[in-house]
Design a protein around this ligand. Structure first.
Ligand code: DOR
Ligand code: ZN
Length: 429
């Protein structure tokens, strides 16, 4: 089926393009891009006054499913993605059961094919059961094109020796590692409760914060000469380490989330458990450093870390509530309102961090509007004003720290392989 996108402001950071152009889609691919295209019998999608960008890619999402369908499913999660303007989503492997074996991966692939309404990829676990002891069998898990990286996201691989071997294996199988670099205090406290013979101060002493693991993983990447992408960087000190490693040619990229780019620990206090995330919200100076890192290119990617939990779980109070915030339906609006409209980054830079760069880092087919590319396209209304109301979301999650925020800018249409899956807030799948 063909489609003609008419008269939008087309921005493609990879092509260094910002111009008023028409785009013709044929057989799921971008077949022409020119100032004016006439083609009889082809349906028109009017994009006047809107921005036409390469489809947004969220490279850090928890779509749950399996035994956690109460939190989110591939069906609800990908619909939330389509509403948020994402044509592609990469799932984290801390599912229940975790993605640490070929059988579970096969089950996920079946679900992704049947129920996903945007392009889906996944990461797999670094260690069995995410316990940080035995490496998974990467050879059996590198299923192309579905598997794009490995991580124990949710927690770091604590043992240096295990992570060192993971880098060697990852290089052997040419698989990117995307480590989660924050030990959670809650995890340590739970560990202590389960092992009451270990006194709490000793358990807390085991607790290591982000820069510790960032420094270690940069060192291991350098030693193995293999790529690393640091998930959800949240501290100024981590960014400094990444900058210095880059200067030594360590192959490192990194991402930050909309919440770490806009909220501080003070907001967490005000907002309550919906702002309880891992890594936690930090100080004002960290937020400033992240924004600077976004400006100067140290931060390659903005990723949502969409992490749905049930309202009951989040109602347990700060200490007991699980960590995570949803983000698929707010990320674009928050980025436009808080970072692009105030001039912290340009619109082209935002599109680069949310489309071209994730595609490049993961080797995905999208990320550009060049002729012959898959027709994965996000049309953005920069001016639409709206108020965040999680009750209206397609996601099953309601846990967002942005409830009630007035945002300016929203996805107007989401086109996946030439098919319009969302237009003007309506899902068409
Ligand atoms: O806040 C978080 N939630 N951080 C993580 O690393 C894991 C995630 C989850 O799975 O809920
Ligand atoms: Zn994480």
């Amino acid at each position: 089926m063909a489609l003609l996108i008419r008269g939008g402001r087309v921005i493609d950071p990879l092509l260094d393009l910002d111009d008023y152009l028409d785009i013709l889609i044929e057989e799921g691919l971008i077949s022409r891009i020119a100032p004016r295209i006439e083609k009889e019998g082809v349906p028109l999608l009017e994009a006047q006054g809107k921005v036409v960008a390469p489809g947004l890619i969220d490279m850090h999402c928890h779509l749950r499913d399996f035994n956690e369908r109460r939190k989110e499913t591939i069906a609800t999660g990908t619909r939330a993605a389509a509403l948020g303007g994402f044509t592609t989503v990469v799932c984290e492997p801390n599912t229940d059961p975790p993605m640490d074996n070929a059988k579970t991966l096969q089950r996920w692939i079946r679900l992704a094919k049947q129920e996903g309404c945007v392009n889906l990829y996944t990461k797999v676990c670094i260690t069995q059961g995410r316990r940080g002891e035995q490496l998974t069998n990467l050879k059996a898990l590198v299923r192309k094109p579905w598997v794009v990286a490995a991580t124990d996201d949710g927690s770091p691989v604590v043992k240096d020796e295990v992570m060192g071997r993971a880098f060697v294996k990852a290089r052997e199988h040419e698989l990117l590692l995307t480590p989660h670099c924050e030990e959670s205090r809650a995890t340590i406290q739970a560990f202590q409760r389960a092992n009451p013979l270990i006194p709490l101060p000793d358990a807390i002493a085991l607790y290591k914060r982000e820069p510790h693991y960032v420094a270690r993983d940069l060192m291991l990447a350098e030693k193995a000469n293999w790529r690393v992408h640091i998930c959800h960087v949240s501290m100024a000190e981590s960014l400094d380490l990444i900058k210095k490693a880059r200067a030594r040619w360590v192959p490192v990229t990194c991402e930050a989330t909309p919440h770490h780019l806009t909220l501080t620990e003070k907001d967490a206090g005000k907002c309550g458990p919906d702002a309880k995330v891992n890594p936690p919200l930090r100080k004002k100076e960290d937020v400033e450093a992240l924004r600077q890192g976004l400006r100067d290119g140290t931060i390659d990617v903005i990723a949502s870390d969409h992490a749905p939990h049930t309202p009951e779980e989040k109602a347990r109070g700060w200490e007991e509530a699980p960590m995570g915030a949803i983000g698929l339906e707010t990320t674009l609006g928050v980025v436009l309102t808080m970072l692009v409209h105030p001039g912290i980054i340009t619109l082209a830079a935002a599109i680069e961090r949310m489309s071209s760069n994730p595609a490049k880092i993961l080797g995905l087919p999208g990320g550009s509007l060049a002729m012959g590319k898959p027709a994965d396209i996000t049309i953005i209304d920069l001016e639409e004003k709206w108020v965040v109301d999680p009750l209206s979301f397609a996601s099953k999650g309601r846990n967002t720290p942005f409830t009630g925020w007035r945002l300016r800018g929203k996805a107007y249409a989401t086109i996946v392989k030439g098919e319009v899956v969302m237009k003007a807030g309506e899902l068409l799948v």
